[in-house]
Write a protein that binds this ligand. Structure first.
Ligand code: MBD
Ligand code: FE
Length: 279
C-alpha cells in the first residue's frame, strides 16, 4: 500500500473517535503509535503470520509479567533517564550522583532503621563476601541532609531478588535506612551476583531473536528521598565485573562505580569485628 492509502485508513480509524469522549492525550499517543506500526508493517513487508506470532508473544509476555524486564532490555527505561537528564540540564540543575534505572524488582516497605542496617538474613554469609557501604546524602548546595530516606535493594548470590524469589526470606537484601544527624548512612550485606533474565522467559526469547544476551553486572539499587527534594533513583556497580559495560539494561554510568576496599586479612577483619553479625 502507498502512504496516502495508509493515511486514508488511519483517518478513517481516527474519525470514529468521539470528540467529547476519551482523552486527547490518549488519542494522540495511540494514533501516532498505530501510524508508525502500519508504516513499519508496510515498509518491512511484515507477514500476517509474523503479526500473529507477535500478538501471541505479547500475550505470553504479559502472563509472565515480563514487560518491565522487556522495557529495561530494549533500552526504553534508560532512554527515559536520558530524557530526564536533558530536562534537568535545560533547567540548569547539574551535578550530584547520576540517576539510573529502577528496574522491575523494587518492593516497597523494607524494614526501616536509623543510620545503619544489616540487610542480609545471613543465609549466604558463608559462601559470599561480606559487603559494607557507607555514604552521605547531600543537597544541591552540598549540605548534609539528616533524616533522608535511603532505600537499598539487590540480588543474592544466585542473582535473584527476594519477594520475586519465594525461596528467600521476606525483604532479604532490602532495607530502608534513615540518615543520621550528619546525613550519613551505612549498611552491611553480602556482595551480590550479576543478574540474568529468566531462562525460557519472554525477555530471553526476544533478546535471543536479535542476537543479544540478558545479563546485568552485579549492582545495588538505591532510592534516595528527602522532603523538598527530587527523589533520586540510582544504582552502583563493582569495578572488574565482566558485564560492567555490557549491561543488557544499559544502566552503567560513569560516577556510579565507587571505590572498593577489599579486606582479606583475617586479623584485620577480626579487629574490626567484621566476622561477627552486627546487631
Ligand atoms: C534487574 O536486577 C534489574 O536491575 C533490571 C534493571 C532488570 C532486570 C533485573
Ligand atoms: Fe537489579
Amino acid at each position: 500500500m502507498t502512504r496516502p492509502q495508509i493515511d486514508g485508513l488511519l483517518q478513517k480509524i481516527e474519525s470514529t473517535e468521539k470528540i467529547e469522549a476519551g482523552s486527547e492525550r490518549a488519542k494522540a499517543i495511540v494514533n501516532r503509535i498505530l501510524r508508525d506500526l502500519f508504516y513499519t508493517i508496510e515498509d518491512l513487508d511484515i507477514q500476517p503470520d509474523e503479526v500473529w506470532t507477535a500478538v501471541n508473544y505479547l500475550t505470553q509476555a504479559g502472563q509472565n509479567e515480563e514487560y518491565g524486564l522487556i522495557a529495561a532490555g530494549l533500552g526504553i527505561e534508560h532512554f527515559l533517564d536520558l530524557r530526564m537528564d536533558e530536562e534537568e540540564e535545560k533547567a540548569g540543575m547539574t551535578g550530584g550522583t547520576p540517576r539510573t534505572i529502577e528496574g522491575p524488582l523494587y518492593v516497597a516497605g523494607a524494614p526501616k532503621s536509623k543510620g545503619f542496617a544489616r540487610i542480609d538474613d545471613g543465609t549466604e554469609v558463608e559462601q559470599g563476601e561480606i559487603f559494607f557501604m557507607q555514604g552521605k546524602v547531600l543537597d544541591a548546595d552540598n549540605n548534609p541532609i539528616p533524616n533522608a530516606i535511603v532505600e537499598v535493594w539487590h540480588a543474592n548470590l544466585k542473582g535473584n531478588y527476594s519477594y520475586f524469589d519465594q525461596s528467600q526470606s521476606d525483604f532479604n537484601l532490602r532495607g530502608t535506612i534513615e540518615t543520621d544527624e550528619n546525613g550519613n548512612y551505612q549498611f552491611r550485606s553480602i556482595l551480590p551476583s550479576g543478574y540474568g533474565v529468566p531462562p525460557g522467559g519472554s525477555t530471553e526469547v526476544l533478546l535471543n531473536a536479535v542476537g543479544r544476551h540478558g545479563n546485568r553486572p552485579s549492582h545495588v539499587h538505591f532510592f534516595v528521598s528527602a522532603p523538598g527534594c527530587r527523589k533520586l533513583t540510582t544504582q552502583i556497580n563493582f569495578d572488574g565485573d565482566p558485564y560492567l559495560w555490557d549491561d543488557f539494561a544499559f544502566a552503567t554510568r560513569e560516577g556510579l562505580i565507587p571505590d572498593l576496599t577489599v579486606i582479606t586479612d583475617v586479623e584485620k577483619i577480626k579487629e574490626k569485628g567484621l566476622d561477627k553479625p552486627f546487631s
